[in-house]
Write a protein that binds this ligand. Sequence first.
Ligand SMILES: Nc1ncnc2c1ncn2[C@@H]1O[C@H](COP(=O)(O)OP(=O)(O)OP(=O)(O)O)[C@@H](O)[C@H]1O
Ligand SMILES: [Mg+2]
Length: 294
Amino acid sequence: MPQLHEHVRTVATPQAQPVAPSFDEASLVVPAVASVQNLRIGDTDGAELVHGVDLQVRPGEAVGIVGESGSGKTLTCRALLGILPPGLRITSGTVTIDGVDLTDPASARWRGVRGRRIGAVFQDPASYLNPAIRVGDQLEEVLRVTAGVPRAQTRDRAHDLLDGLGLRDVDTVLRRRVAELSGGMLQRIMIAIALAADPAILIADEATTALDVTVQAELLDLLRTLRLERGLALILVSHDLAVVSQVCERVAVFRDGRIVEAGGTNRVLRAPGHPYTRQLLAAHAEYGLERYLR
Ligand SMILES: Nc1ncnc2c1ncn2[C@@H]1O[C@H](COP(=O)(O)OP(=O)(O)OP(=O)(O)O)[C@@H](O)[C@H]1O
Ligand SMILES: [Mg+2]
């Protein structure tokens, strides 16, 4: 939401030189690449798990999602990706990619496009890869099937993709299987797979949580670079407010299937308006969050 004083300034000085829009003002006029509006998710027994969530992500922006375990962060992301777990469904609201509402039966063709516009990485990369097959072959398969790269070019493209992610010794890595690679390396492979079709937005759901701090910092750097180089938008789900404050300019605080507070990261973390956000911040105080705020 724009700050009240920004409106006052605009109204009071209509003849003034144009000022660069603040982040929030700019975000009002740029169409979202992905959004959910009044998203409700329920199970087959009629219980509701997500109670009307609104979230918009504009091209190139990074939005953090924080909040306690079970608050609906992952389900919201999975609704965007079109992969809700069995037994759960969207009961109302819209899920929009590039302005097309994918919950509308008339947009069936578009649902196939979703996988090319949004990529995702999760906490446990090993569980998304086949242990028996070389990771390079799996990446090539995704390049062929999802990105439509001709078979003769997939090897070079796989190489280029990992090279572009700053990996050394790419050929050796591509020949390895899951058991032969570290968690950080596997997450890089997953990021490469998620980026295979050159999506506009990447969802990283606790993607660095299980990694040691050095590897976590390297991956966060990688995400920042991808934003700068590709204009990639990000949804970063994390329990760690310090991580979110380093990467995201906006943040949404989830609790019990709702967003209790959202706004610019600095504003939310410096001047939280909701008691739950204050509680989350208090729990983080010992980690020195202050040094990441601008
Ligand atoms: N497959 C499922 N079937 C039934 N309920 C589910 C399923 N997946 C999640 N839920 C429930 O939906 C709610 C939201 O879950 P979700 O996974 O979105 O939480 P989260 O905020 O991602 O939590 P965490 O931080 O632990 O990952 C929780 O109450 C959870 O128990
Ligand atoms: Mg989750």
